[in-house]
Structure formats: C-alpha cells, structure tokens
Write a protein that binds this ligand. Sequence first.
Ligand SMILES: *Cc1c(COP(=O)(O)O)cnc(C)c1O
Length: 395
Amino acid sequence: MSGGPEDETDDTALVSTGRPRKGPFHAVNPPVERASTFLFPTYADYKTEAPKIRYGRLGTSTHRAFEETAAALTGAAGVVLAPSGLSAVTTAILAHCRAGARILVSDAVYGPTRYFCDGLLARFGVETVYYDPMADVAPLIDDRTALVFAESPGSLTFEVQDVSAVVAAARARGAPVLCDDTWGAGYFFKPLALGVDVAVQAATKYWVGHADALLGAICCRTEEARERVFRASLNLGLAVSPDDVALAHRGIRSLGVRLPRHQETGLALARYLEGRPEIADVRHPALPTCPGHDVWTRDFTGASGLFGVRLRADIDDAALGRFLDALRHFGMGFSWGGYESLCVPVRPERDRTVAPWPAEGRVLRFHAGLEDAAELIADLERGFEAMGARRAASR
Ligand SMILES: *Cc1c(COP(=O)(O)O)cnc(C)c1O
C-alpha cells in the first residue's frame, strides 16, 4: 500500500484510514480504548508526554483514529470531536467570538443553533444578525463581523446557499466562515475545498448512521483553526465517550454505500409526493423547484435522504394526524440519518426573522431510510387514503 488519503477516493479513504497498525497482527478495527488515566512508564516519558494523548478528556487512540478518517473525508487539516452536533456548532462559534462581536447567521439555520446565539451568546455580548440564505451576505459584513455561519441546505426549508459567494465576501473583510454540513455529510459536499474555515458535522446523523449515538465533529481547514477550536473545547471541558466514537467509526465505514441509497429513495419519494394533490410544495435540493437548486447542481455531487413538503393549506391538523398514524414504515421522530425512514411535522415559520416562511400549509420533514422504495411509497399511499377517507365520510 502506498500513497495517502490524498490520492484515494472517498469510498476507499472511508475504509482504509483510521486503522493504525500495531504489532505483528491486529484487529481490523481500532480498539475501544477507555481511559481517564494514562500511565507514563518513566519520568522521562512523563516529561516528553505523548504529544496528543495524555488524559482521557483529550481523547484516546480510539478518538485519534476516528479523527483521521473524518479528516480524510472532509479534507480537514485537523478534526476536533464534540459530544453532540450541537456542541460542535456552539464550540466552533465560541472559538471565533469575543465580547462586542457581531456574527452573521443564516435565517434557515438549525433551530438549536439559533437558540444558542439568541440565548447564551447574546448574554455574553455577542450580537447575532440573521441573513436571508438566498441573498448576498456581503453588505452585512463589517469590521465587527467575527464570523459568518452558513448551513446548506437550510434546516427544515432546504435553501441551498452559495457558500463560495459567502466565502468570497467574508474573506474580503477578513471574517472566517463556518458551515454546518450535516446534510451533505462531508461526502456530497466539501465546504473546506470551497474555502470554508470550519465545517461542522452532526455525526449523530449520517456518520453514526444507525440512530444509536450522539456525536459532533468540527473539521478545520487549517492547523490554526484546529488549534483555536481545540483550545475552546479544552476550556469548555468537552469530552467524548470512546464507545460513541467507535460506533461512529463503524458507521462511517459504510457511508459511501448508504448515502447513494438514501439519495435514490429520497428522490423517488420526493417525486411521488410532488404528484400528490395534497402537497403544495416539495423542498428537495435536487429538484429544480428548490431555492438554490442551481447552486446544488454546481457544488454538490449528490443529495442525501432528507427533504421537506408543505401540505395544502386546507389540510387540517386532524387530517395530518390520520396521515401520520396510518404510516407503518415511517417513524415519527426527531434526528435523522439512520437506516430507518422518518416523517415528522415541523414548524419552520416559528423561528424565521428575516426570510419569512408562510404559516399556511403544514410542513412535514421526511427522511428516506434504507427500506424498499416501492414499499415506502405504498406506505405513503396508505397515509393519504387515511387522510382522505374520513374527511370524505364526515361531509
Ligand atoms: C441534528 C443537527 C444538529 C445537532 O446535532 P445533535 O447531535 O443532535 O446535537 C446540528 N445541525 C444540524 C443541521 C442537524 O440536523
């Protein structure tokens, strides 16, 4: 074996990296090393210290191995892990803020990111200005701008942002760009290659891929950014369980076969839903009707399995309930990126402050899992029948 991750495709790198070899033979997978305490055999060892492993909170060899795979996939100079996707977001933001700063955040950002900005961050004297993800951010950037936070596509509403344009505008004023890339999973989208400084991944979703662990990854384009983020995580006392890291490492190995399947099934569901009379709009980045679809075509190499639909305004809450309760294969639950399909009602209109979302027409967020697509469509058909049946009967 020669060469490094640089000359491997993602599918190969996902399998071949993060597997340190030790001794004459070894297990395929890196061991789960559980430790608070590491022992140094001699005083001389103690004084030099293992450069990256010295205390459990800073991670063990299990963490280092996974960080290597995550860095190979995302093109990062270094990766800092966090106990959840949200803590990855908040740590990355905190690392780049100071009191009196102003930060620019997309109006379609993941809800809890917004609650952090409007809550804790505001209390420490950092002002958040929200921007329309479909508008030019340049006029909002000034000397107080500590960072621009992008998320593409946006949570719940799926606008695809022109991240290259955000990077160009921010660089002109010396502001770093952070991007939540959970939807693209570092596989269908490469924010760091476009000049983003820090790409955040809720590894809970597609990297873990089996709905059984929470994890975040802060993927830094430069060593300088990694150092800054690492210091913040150290100051905050973040620690990640090696067992969760091992689950994520097991999950990410199959990312390259899971994501194309999520894509294919997601598109089949979205196209079916587009043709249903109950649906007012479908928001799927790979469909031409999605805002920013042209940018998706330019910057992404695929679409994951998460998308949204807006129901016709005359479909009431009771009808929505009949639809949801009739589904057998779509679970009603939060999070996504696991092997199972999900359908959950959401309320994008509640958080928007700059780019309003119409209040009429309930919104459903779908995650296409790995089940058979035709059986999923039959399930939706059953839902629509239940939705219509009693409505017709009650007339
Ligand atoms: C789920 C999610 C997060 C947060 O991840 P957790 O692991 O649940 O904390 C952050 N960003 C996006 C876009 C998400 O979908």
